[in-house]
Design a protein around this ligand. Structure first.
Ligand SMILES: Nc1nc2c(ncn2[C@@H]2O[C@H](COP(=O)(O)OP(=O)(O)OP(=O)(O)O)[C@@H](O)[C@H]2O)c(=O)[nH]1
Ligand SMILES: [Mg+2]
Length: 180
């Protein structure tokens, strides 16, 4: 009986799902990243209206990932996804210099939100294959990430089309679990 209880507790512990929200402006590559995580391939996407949700398992760690539409009219409803979120994945289109200021506003708005006070933030500097794109260091500086003291954060450059950098991002997330 003890063994059974132990097994039950163990599986509860191991299969615990960690809630993730994938946010960022429209066209950043959020949906492309979600399906790279799920299937290791590039899917044809169209702008997300509402959200997609998938379970991603990394080395016995279960993530429930919500990919949320990033168009301007949809951003005001991001907060309906916030409760119980452990990780925010913020996807940045590294070629889109003009709109990095809007991303910055959205980032700090999220960090100030009560429901996200315990969330860790992974920033993907996506589309690193584009000529003339901003580096992760440039994006980090612009977003003043080093000033963020109340949330764990990490920036990772990536290319959702090839999958480069995506695993490193997930590894950072799994390394955070159990830290708090
Ligand atoms: N060159 C390049 N294109 C990419 C990359 N990642 C995504 N894209 C393209 O960018 C476009 C938008 O990608 P989506 O994944 O649909 O963007 P999204 O962030 O989900 O957009 P919304 O759903 O509107 O919020 C698609 O044409 C993708 O193929 C990348 O790393 N490099
Ligand atoms: Mg999308």
């Amino acid at each position: 009986v003890m063994g059974l209880i132990f097994a039950k507790l163990w599986s509860l512990f191991c299969n615990q799902e960690h809630k993730v929200i994938i946010v960022g402006l429209d066209n950043a590559g959020k949906t492309t990243i979600l399906y790279q995580f799920l299937m290791n391939e590039v899917v044809h996407t169209s702008p997300t209206i509402g959200s997609n949700v998938e379970e991603i398992v990394v080395k016995n760690t279960h993530f429930l990932m919500w990919d949320i539409g990033g168009q301007e009219s949809l951003r005001s409803s991001w907060n309906t996804y916030y409760s119980n979120t452990e990780f925010i994945i913020l996807v940045v289109d590294s070629i889109d210099r003009e709109r990095l200021a809007i991303t910055k506003e959205e980032l700090y708005r999220m960090l100030a939100h009560e429901d996200l006070r315990k969330a860790a933030v992974l920033i993907f500097a996506n589309k690193q294959d584009m000529k003339g794109c901003m580096t992760a260091a440039e994006i980090s500086k612009y977003l003043t990430l080093s000033s963020i003291k109340d949330h764990p954060w990490h920036i990772q450059s990536c290319c959702a089309l090839t999958g480069e950098g995506l695993c490193q991002g997930l590894e950072w997330m799994t390394s955070r679990i159990g830290v708090r």
